[in-house]
Design a protein around this ligand. Structure first.
Ligand code: CUA
Length: 323
């Protein structure tokens, strides 16, 4: 029974929004197939070695002759690994052109930059309108798009295991990662290259949507923020502007137009806060404003714990309402 529960847990661990073994993209499917072939070869080689060892220990009573021993070393120690590794290498390399195929693309231009420690995302539509967001992408299902990656300072690596392989975001150049989602859903990505103190707090989400829903999402992102509706949110908006938040953050539709930090125009509509560090509700905003560096060491944003509890709540209420 315990064995069966263990197997079940192992299988469950392979599924989920951040699993390369539960692919939801064309490229991830190819990589998963490669993994399964490699795992199969590994099991075959391991079994053969174990059988040979058992034979040598238990069944073989007389010593091997010089000739037999040499054959075994050359056959099992040189020829077999060379052939097996060559086959796997050739199979793996044969996939590369397809994985890097960023041929004619449809849809918007998507640029992603690895920041300290969050992801700056920019969508530019065919008619030249562009919008910046943070730590979240949306993609239309069934379309192949390219994400253009860069970084202003250190190397990060952009990885959505369920959709494709990883690609470095490198200062001074633009790298291109094609993504082709095959089913709708919410997937989680992570930074896969150690980049500093909060490297582990640098995740993001990818919403894969039906084409209509994707267009609606993009249209919504292009809109400015809606005005606050409650007295508390209005107070929060005023505090945001008077406390200097607008020096680093943009909220389109208000005078806040800073470019250092994430664009917050639709921050309340995102799946998570602070690059996946927190959920996205009023208490999460309060926590983030109060304990910024406890939650994310060396983040460039200053903590706002000097503001009173009421002020923080007002700010959080306004930000949470920016959907
Ligand atoms: Cu960014 Cu690790």
């Amino acid at each position: 029974m315990r064995g069966r529960v263990g197997t079940l847990l192992l299988l469950v661990a392979c599924a989920g929004p951040q699993s390369a073994l539960d692919p939801a993209g064309r490229d991830a499917e190819r990589i998963a197939t490669l993994f399964h072939w490699m795992a199969l070869f590994t099991v075959l080689v391991w079994t053969a070695v174990m059988l040979a060892a058992l034979y040598a220990i238990r069944l073989k009573t007389s010593p091997f002759s010089e000739r037999q021993a040499r054959l075994m070393v050359i056959g099992g120690g040189v020829a077999l690994p060379t052939v097996v590794l060559f086959l796997l290498l050739a199979y793996g390399l044969s996939m590369m052109p397809a994985l890097l195929d960023d041929g004619p693309m449809t849809g918007p231009r998507i640029q992603v930059s690895g920041e300290q420690w969050w992801w700056r995302v920019r969508y530019t539509t065919g008619d030249g309108r562009s919008v910046e967001l943070a730590n979240e992408l949306a993609l239309p299902v069934g379309e192949r798009v390219v994400v253009e990656l860069s970084s202003p300072d250190v190397i990060h690596s952009f990885w959505v295991p369920a959709l494709a392989g990883k690609m470095d975001a490198t200062p001074g150049r633009v790298t291109r990662l094609p993504l082709e989602p095959t089913r709708a859903g919410l997937f989680r990505g992570a930074c896969a290259e150690y980049c500093g103190a909060s490297h582990a707090w640098m995740s993001f989400h990818v919403r894969v949507l039906e084409p209509d829903a994707f267009e609606a999402w993009l249209a919504r992102q292009l809109e400015p923020a809606r005005p606050p509706t409650s007295a508390l949110a209005r107070r929060g908006a005023a505090l945001f502007l008077s406390s200097g938040c607008g020096a680093c953050h943009t909220v389109r539709g208000t005078p806040a137009d800073g470019v250092v930090g994430p664009d917050l125009t639709h921050v309340g509509g995102r799946h998570a806060l602070a690059a996946g560090r927190l959920g996205n509700d009023v208490p999460d905003f309060v926590l983030w404003l109060e304990r910024t560096h406890h939650l994310k060491p060396e983040a460039r944003m200053p903590a706002f714990h000097l503001l009173g509890r009421d002020d923080l709540l007002a700010l959080a209420t306004w930000l949470d309402g920016l959907e």
